[in-house]
Design a protein around this ligand. Structure first.
Ligand SMILES: Cc1cc2nc3c(=O)[nH]c(=O)nc-3n(C[C@H](O)[C@H](O)[C@H](O)COP(=O)(O)OP(=O)(O)OC[C@H]3O[C@@H](n4cnc5c(N)ncnc54)[C@H](O)[C@@H]3O)c2cc1C
Length: 406
């Protein structure tokens, strides 16, 4: 059984040291997600004036067969993570996902060979069977608007330009691209873009972890969510690990030789320091730099992740910065608290959002342009340190409900 090896994924540098990872093709990021389906806390939704999403969450959880990940499905990686957190008395949470036929092959983020999630790719396939027409590989390059009414879209498919007339257009191209497309017709579009810069922390254990076996992420540490910090384990699949391990050839070879004993924690921090996307010759140009407060949160999160692996029994912790940091004791880990990542240190971001929140109404209609809606993470008003995909589904559900009168 082979993974799809990110056939549908892209990475792009959006700020010094920060790579944005996203999914492309039918189903977008949902087809390479780790399956975590998390709600944004109700108090946050109320503050946003988005309480209607609570009902939408119920509906999409039923649609996607979201379930509590059974205790019996916890991999060695996740069990160690849970043990480390508990040893430090941190608040830990077992997660929910949308898997329905998972065999624990562990390479979700490379594209599931079994399509074992009820994701947007699968729902699109079902929609096609009910008569929806899908044009694969088509890139929308512009929106046609006249007298503040949408008229259709134009784009390129198979090297040829096309235009499609439509009195309803729903942007669902992800926060960066939906916002960029809307900049052509709405002045306020593209502002308020946010990211979750994410750092990695490796624990080297005395016994095998085989961190690519089983469900890669079924627990999280939520002790620091109020500080905008989300800690969770992630796969050390050799196909990805080899791609991002830094250091000299010898240092990389040393770690790769021990990859069966490595455990990975990802530290994602909410950075609402607003970014902006514009269109430059039809391509997105993102203005964003990781804020000082997000760098401080990363330092804190990395320290806590290092403590967690050491508490779980790791012999050593490696922070794969440009100059890798190696720690052997809890006292070593404390030194990280004030070591803010520099722009050279590699970070990733998989949870972008915003860009259209300020110009859309509760039905996702953009800037009062009749018939033009957004239905994706572009509608989120701020970063929350909660994985966003379930909210993307809920936003889409709510917009679809408003348009169909259901
Ligand atoms: C490896 C990985 C693992 C992840 N795991 C999780 C997880 O476990 N839980 C979680 O909550 N989140 C996870 N995420 C994040 C999640 O995938 C995204 O937050 C989510 O997919 C965003 O949904 P969206 O609809 O806003 O955009 P996307 O899913 O990015 O969809 C946008 C779609 O629009 C298409 N598109 C873009 N531009 C154009 C254009 N000009 N014309 C036509 N089509 C276009 C793209 O090809 C894509 O298909 C993960 C992300 C990655 C990369």
């Amino acid at each position: 059984m082979l993974p799809q090896l990110r056939l549908g994924g892209t990475t792009a540098t959006i700020a010094p040291g920060l790579m944005l990872e996203s999914g492309t093709g039918p189903g977008g990021g949902s087809t390479m997600s780790l399956g975590v389906c998390q709600r944004i806390p109700e108090a946050t939704l109320r503050r946003w004036g988005s309480s209607a999403l609570i009902k939408a969450y119920d509906d999409v959880e039923a649609l996607l067969s979201v379930r509590d990940i059974p205790r019996s499905d916890l991999s060695r990686l996740n069990t160690l993570f849970l043990q480390g957190g508990r040893a430090l008395s941190y608040r830990m949470r077992r997660l929910r996902d949308n898997r329905d036929s998972c065999v624990g092959a562990g390479f979700c983020a490379l594209g599931c060979a079994r399509q074992a999630r009820v994701d947007a790719g699968r729902l699109l396939h079902e929609a096609q069977q009910h008569g929806a027409h899908l044009i694969q590989g088509a890139k929308v390059t512009g929106l046609q608007v006249r007298k503040r009414r949408i008229q259709g879209v134009e784009g390129i498919a198979d090297g040829r330009q096309f235009s499609i007339k439509a009195d309803r257009v729903i942007l669902a191209a992800g926060a960066v691209m939906s916002s960029m497309l809307a900049t052509g017709v709405s002045r306020g579009a593209g502002h308020g873009l946010f990211f979750h810069p994410t750092a990695r922390v490796l624990g080297l254990f005395p016994a095998p972890v085989v961190g690519w076996e089983g469900i890669p992420r079924s627990v999280a540490c939520v002790q620091f969510v109020d500080d905008g910090i989300w800690l969770s384990p992630s796969s050390t699949h050799p196909a990805t690990l080899a791609g991002w391990l830094p250091g000299s050839t010898e240092a990389r070879a040393h770690l790769l030789g021990r990859m069966r004993s490595l455990a990975l924690c990802e530290v994602a921090v909410a950075d609402s320091a607003v970014g902006r996307v514009r269109s430059h010759r039809g391509r997105p140009q993102v203005d964003y730099a990781v804020s000082a407060s997000a760098r401080a949160a990363l330092a804190k999160g990395v320290t806590e992740a290092a403590r967690l692996w050491l508490a779980a029994g790791a012999r050593r912790v490696v922070i794969p910065w440009a100059e890798p940091a190696i720690l052997n004791t809890l006292a070593d880990a404390e030194l990280l608290r004030t070591a803010l990542p520099s722009p050279e240190d590699p970070l990733i971001s998989r949870w972008p959002g915003g860009g259209l929140a300020a110009v859309s109404d509760e039905h996702g209609e953009i800037d009062g342009i009749t018939g033009l809606h957004a239905a994706d993470t572009a509608l989120l008003p701020e970063a929350t340190a909660v994985p966003p995909i379930l909210t993307a589904y809920a936003l889409g559900w709510r917009v679809a409900g408003a348009l169909t009168g259901q």
